[in-house]
Design a protein around this ligand. Structure first.
Ligand code: PLP
Length: 387
């Protein structure tokens, strides 16, 4: 039996060159970057190299990159940092969308409980925000707009450049959660008028627990983590040197291979999508055009996404679902609800996300295996058998 890891939107396998770059900092190069002697200074140099590598991918300056412990932390730092800090100018209104990752959504809800006002924009059936609605939502009290670059469940890419333009014209700050997009599609903070951008190493073949926030030069954010003043007082805590080096290396690898990898993944995804859509009563979810190159998401009627994931696991295939069971509540994921899928349809949601190490042979195996698994589950499904 083959083993196929097809859940790259959840996390990715570390690339060998990334691991090789990290290892010295877990072994002999163990100095604290804040110290004065050579061992510490070398760790500091490694961090600064990584800052440069990350900055290059998004057209930023190295000093605008601040390392964090995750993408989640970067999102918290952006939203809370602006609204509590001088950059927010005391304004109390935040605009975001209904399909954000919980790192943004739950932070926004927490801010709402504290007395900030939050607008959660709707999206259309493909998962895209309406630019007119965004314009209407901006008021003189709006401090920040936070809209993700690409969605983690359905892969939809937002019109980031247009959103940036609107925010700039209206004089509000623009944060984008770029955790899924960074390294997978071109992002340019200047061309797109992005003021803050969150990213994470483990979605680009880097290590888990290592992220960063791009902060446009001159913006005053209140730190979320106080302490010894590392990361120029923006994020205290002794740096995760190996994690940061891994992020830098992964960012460089992603940038160098983006064009060819995205073309390869697009072709593989198309093959997978065409194959899966042969299964009767199956739809593609998310935007058919504006989607991440490796993102394939479906709703397959009359079966449970969770059973599907477990049966596919028995065939050696790792995938995920936003169906009700897996989200631990009676409701399917907030993203599937926001794009207007009925409870019934979203029960059969399946996300197959391809990445750097997937091959055509693996895609063939998925296309061959999935219909059999669906057939088996449907044969046991009272909903299907009633048809
Ligand atoms: N934002 C998006 C869009 C994500 O997909 C994820 C991870 O799944 C995060 C934020 C959180 O990143 P991390 O896992 O590094 O905390």
């Amino acid at each position: 039996m083959m083993f196929v890891y097809a859940d790259n939107a959840a996390t990715t396998r570390i690339a060998p060159q990334v691991l090789d770059a990290m290892l010295p900092y877990l072994k002999e190069e163990y100095g604290n970057p804040s110290t004065l002697y050579k061992l510490g200074r070398e760790a500091k140099i490694a961090i600064e190299k990584a800052r440069e590598q990350v900055a290059q991918v998004i057209g930023a300056k190295a000093e605008e990159i601040f390392f964090t412990g995750s993408g989640t932390e970067a999102d918290n730092m952006a939203l809370k940092g602006v609204l509590y800090g001088p950059a927010g100018k005391g304004k109390k209104h935040l605009i975001t969308t209904k399909i954000e990752h919980h790192a943004v959504l739950h932070t926004a809800m927490a801010l709402e409980k504290e007395g900030f006002q939050v607008t959660f924009l709707d999206v259309d059936k493909n998962g895209r925000v309406d630019l007119e609605e965004l314009k209407q939502a901006i008021t003189p009290d709006t401090a920040l707009v936070s809209i993700m670059a690409a969605n983690n469940e359905v892969g939809t890419i937002q019109p980031i450049e247009e959103i940036g333009k609107i925010c700039r014209e209206k004089g509000v700050l623009f944060h984008t959660d770029g955790v899924q997009a960074f390294g997978h599609m071109p992002l340019d903070v200047n061309k797109m008028n992005i003021d803050l951008l969150s990213l994470s190493a483990h979605k680009i073949n880097g290590p888990k627990g290592s992220g960063a926030l791009y902060i446009r030069r001159g913006l005053g954010l209140r730190p979320v983590i106080e302490g010894g003043g590392q990361e120029r007082n923006r994020r205290s805590g002794t740096e995760n040197v190996a994690g940061i080096v891994g992020l830098g290396q992964a960012a460089q690898l992603a940038m160098e291979t983006m064009e060819e990898e995205s073309a390869r993944l697009k072709a593989l995804s198309q093959k997978l999508i065409d194959g899966v859509l042969q299964i009767p009563e199956t739809i593609l979810t998310g935007d058919p055009e504006n989607r991440l190159p490796g993102a394939c998401s479906f709703a397959i009627s009359a079966i449970e996404g969770e059973s599907l994931v477990l049966y596919l696991d028995m065939e050696g295939i790792c995938t995920s679902t936003g169906s009700a069971c897996s989200t631990g509540s009676l409701d399917p994921s907030h993203v599937l609800m926001a794009i207007g899928l009925s409870h019934e349809v979203s029960h059969g949601s399946l996300r197959v996300s391809l990445g750097r190490f997937n091959t055509e042979e693996e895609v063939d195996y998925i296309i061959e295996t999935l219909p059999k698994v669906v057939e088996k589950l449907r044969s046991m499904s009272p909903v299907w058998n009633r048809k």
